[in-house]
Design a protein around this ligand. Sequence first.
Ligand code: DGJ
Length: 703
Amino acid sequence: MDSSIIQCLSDRKFWILNTREAAYAFGLNEQKELEHAYWGERLPYESDYQFRDVERIGAPETRNDAVNNEYPAWGGPMFSEPCLKVCFADGVRDLSLEYAGYELLAPNKLMISLRDPHYNLVVRLHYVVHYDFDLIERYAEISNDGADTVRIDSAQSAVWSVPGDHQYRFTHLAGKWAGETQLRQSILDSGRKVIESRRGMTSLQANPWFALDRGLATEDEGKVWFGALAWSGNWKITAEVTPWNQVRITGGLNDFDFTFQLAAGNTFKVPSFTAGFTTHGFGGASRNMHRYQQAVILPKPHASSLRKVLYNSWYATHFDVNEEGQCRLAERAAALGVELFVMDDGWFGKRKDDRAGLGDWYPAPDKFPNGLNPLIERVKSTGMEFGIWVEPEMVNPDSDLYRAHPDWVLHFPNRSRSEMRSQLVLNLARSDVQEFIYSFMHKLLEEHRIDYIKWDMNRPFTEPGWPELPPFQQQEVWLRYVEGLYAILDRLRNAFPKVVFESCASGGGRVDNGILQRTDLAWASDNTNAVDRLAIQEGYSYAYTPGTMSCWVTDGWPDLLSLPYRFHISMMGVLGIGANLNEWNEEEMEVARQMIATYKDIRHIVQKGLQYRLNSPREGPLTAVQYVTEDKRESVVFFSVTHREHVSPWPNVYLRGLNPAAAYRVDGSKRVLSGQCLMSNGIQADLGRFYASKLVRLQAQAQ
Ligand code: DGJ
């Protein structure tokens, strides 16, 4: 059989996209429709890839429910979720896409062209095969080659059809402020289930990631189809079971309150949607996504480097920042081995609380009479790098910026402007707003030796008006805002390639493959309770690599949750300290020093290795998470327990991902066990008491 990544069977007009373990096939059926044929394990023969026979289905209006169109346009007898819905200038809302050709752009890149012959609307479907990660990235480009403007009512990146006639379980991430990325599972029944954001941002409440299985997949085994959208604005993922038991996931831009005017001669690119198939359960799905994010998504040059141990002032000082106070914290942080000191909110304008200052990005004169440089130089003299918090997309009505430019915010005339956290949203779709943000950020980065930006965004859109545009165009704001945001970040990264960016939106409100192409890590949640974090971090890891997940050791709950416990749980991602170090005694400082030193020894395994969720916090009091380097020579396991059920003795936990033939030294002791033994017989999680934790290190011995 042909060993190409993409097989083009020109005689059949049929394409087979091969990854290491999976295959995805589609082609032209007898009716000349572009039909999806197969997605699953690779099959031995080309002739194995066939369309489903739907000829015996009687009623013509149900054909669409039975045939998995590869990019269904809304038109004709079409009653399921379309990928594209438009209105032509003459009012016709019937789109007919016919196959127009294909091009192999690279060994792993395919483009299929479709065209509405009457109106000359061209759709180019792009497929990028990420062979090693068993993933396929899809996006669509829509070009108006006709003479008149076309209104786009819905533009989806792709529909993913899984083998029909099975019952599927849908897994997704739901949440709220301080409770992000909670794993949810439900059986898909006839009809549609929609997860989405209508908030202008990715959202705390839902995340653009999904997984499907047949209810049987476990962490380690079983078929899982999964995917994530690369978009940080309004998105929508629709899971649909048609009356003929076809199962599809359609995802892309949310069509809620959205239209887009595509002028003649213009092209519109729908964000990409990357999906994969694995037989290695949910763990295999996550690891493929993690490796893809590390290799393809995360921005260069930082993608390959390790994230630093950082201190962030928010939990310790809130808005009450000044040079002396921050320096005192910085000195204490440096003494612990912290490598990067980040000053959070409160340093600018008339910012004393959340009611004023956003928009006035000059150092508050009462807090920093000589500007920021004295603080920065003092931080740098300790050997640490310096980072700073900004929230560029927002403005407080009580600010000079708003007084000068009240028209710069999203708003409708004749309507009040809903404030949330006393702030309004600047309209980043406007080029003057983009220029303002770019230039103050450029100045900030040029005039100060800043190594790190925490980019925050603390409220969703309301009254999403853009009065300067004609009414029929204003709904483009949902899209153009995000394009504006991306453009600013891209320009800044280009101008300051050494600066590391963190994405934050009231915690984990903006984590997705789109923002992760422009930011190096993300604030997973404002909730730092180590027990709550177990579920938040587990959910995060379903979709995103722990190498991007900032985690915080703070002062909360010290009687229940010991400092080592809080550290261990924060060491499962990018370790950050947020406690008020002025209040730590020498003993606590010493514990922290040791923990940070240990983290520096193991962080390459955590941030860049393969993650195995051994015991889930959703299933019992004992959580265990393991990380293994790609070469399988090093591994680390974090055990933690919350309440204790009456289990005695402590259960064995079965490790994963090791080399069965290798001999591993456990925790630097004399104990040497084979990888096979550690995986087949496990190790006992003897934690002794409630809310205890333990970190176990494994090192393969030279053979
Ligand atoms: C919300 C963020 O999630 C917090 O970490 C902090 O930066 C505050 N904003 C500051 O206002």
